[in-house]
Design a protein around this ligand. Structure first.
Ligand code: AMP
Length: 414
């Protein structure tokens, strides 16, 4: 029987998981448990072209992981939990500790705990996920894959904020960047596509959370998210870059605490704040019916992307191999892609191939492709992201290295 590997993404109130068979390297099942802690929690399992939804009251992540294990066994996705040889955990923040994925040992877990102050919404559930899986599967290889890791190559002048230096040296205030696993995946796909390692890219990861990454010679040079995922592009519910003095001003004007404002900037701003709608499909529908706020929100979102493309084009001194659209909105929103490319066509000498662009979305004939014409100065692509695959790949590679070093040690000892 071939080895099984699990990928786990423990959000604050959700748990996503995928189980892989490493014999054929294929996904057996994936699931998502939602509204953990609420009375109306439920979960979805997708396998063999089927989608099954069940409701069950799940009060915490321990119960969620137990439910996951129960489903894996009852449906015979595994016959014994010992078949699971590796578990890859998505971890939000690696701080300055980690520029790549690592095997989780005591020190790593202590560092992830220490970094809870930089990821207060994500780290508690991620730590719970790691601890429970370590107890359930003590002999499996547990690996942490950090959202920040890919961005650790940024030069200091790009990650520092112009605030008192002690805020950085004593409190860790700097740009870390997120969605690194997605940006790394897209970089690797593009390296293969373009047949070279030293690719220069502008990657637009446009989902409900959105960020961009400027890649120089295959490494992150700059990115839009900052100390936390709040900075940069306008997002579904996050404000993106704003004048920080708004916080003090609005605290006095509306008698709000800093913590209340922080929640509003994270959960009630962005597209939702402007147009009372954060799902891009619904926002588009509203805009098409003439809703002025929806039209404004779409224009603001589009402009925030164009501004960063301009910035990154300059940071790469115009030597851009490709601009890539990915994630829910980037992969599916044909009009947004067309509007962005057309808005920059003169400045960057790029041309959209409308026919190809019109045919790329999850529900269309193609899911990926080059949407620029052959004579376009910069190539433009749509590439579906695959963070789960990256987590699986890193976990498998680390577990194989560990296996080889253990067997070498055993041979030596004999
Ligand atoms: P993600 O966070 O990557 O799952 O992306 C979620 C966002 O993608 C939401 O705003 C969705 O409305 C948007 N999205 C998903 N499918 C489509 C689609 N077919 N057309 C436009 N937007 C979509």
């Amino acid at each position: 029987m071939s080895d099984k590997y699990l990928v786990i993404n423990a959000g604050s109130s959700s748990l996503k998981f995928s189980l892989y068979d490493m014999g054929e390297v294929k996904e057996i099942v994936n699931g998502c448990i939602e509204k953990i802690g609420d009375s109306d929690s439920f979960y979805t399992l997708k396998y063999a072209g089927k989608k099954v939804e069940k409701s069950k009251s799940i009060s915490n992540h321990t119960e969620a992981l137990r439910t996951m294990m129960q489903e894996l066994l009852e449906n015979k996705f595994i016959n014994d939990i010992k078949e699971i040889k590796g578990v890859g955990h998505r971890v939000l923040h690696g701080g300055e500790f980690y520029s790549q994925s690592v095997l989780i040992d005591e020190e790593v877990l202590a560092n992830i705990k220490f970094l809870t102050k930089l990821g207060p919404l994500h780290h508690p559930s991620e730590i719970e996920g790691i601890t429970i899986m370590q107890n359930l599967l003590p002999s499996a290889c547990q690996v942490a894959v950090f959202d920040t890791a890919f961005h650790q190559t940024m030069p200091k002048e790009n990650y520092m904020y112009a605030v008192p230096y002690e805020w950085y040296s004593e409190n860790g205030v700097r740009k870390y960047g997120f969605h690194g696993t997605s940006h790394k995946y897209i970089t690797e796909v593009m390296q293969e596509k373009l047949g070279k390692e030293d690719v220069n890219l502008i990657i637009c990861h446009l989902g409900s959370g959105a960020s961009m990454c400027c890649v120089k010679y295959g490494k992150c040079l700059n990115t839009t998210m900052g100390l936390t995922p709040l900075d940069g592009l306008i997002m579904g519910t996050r404000c993106g870059t704003i004048d920080s003095s708004i916080i003090n001003y609005i605290a006095e004007e509306r008698n709000l605490s800093v913590s209340e404002i922080n929640t509003i900037l994270n959960k009630k701003s962005g597209l939702l704040g402007i147009a009372s709608e954060n799902d891009f499909r619904d926002l588009n529908e509203l805009a098409s019916k003439g809703n002025e706020r929806a039209k404004l929100a779409l224009k603001m979102f589009q402009n925030s992307i164009i501004r960063y493309i301009g910035q990154y084009y300059m940071e790469l001194n115009g030597m851009v191999d490709a601009i890539i659209f990915t994630a829910g909105i980037g992969e599916n929103n044909i009009d947004l892609r067309a509007d962005i490319v057309n808005a920059m066509s003169n400045a960057l000498d790029i041309k959209l191939d409308e026919n190809v662009n019109n045919d790329i979305a999850r529900f269309k004939k193609n899911q990926s492709g080059m949407i620029s014409t052959p004579d376009s100065k910069i190539k433009v692509f749509v590439i579906p992201t695959n963070e789960e695959y990256m987590i699986l790949k890193d976990t498998y590679e680390i577990s194989q290295k560990l296996k080889n070093s253990t067997s070498r040690k055993l041979t030596k000892g004999n």
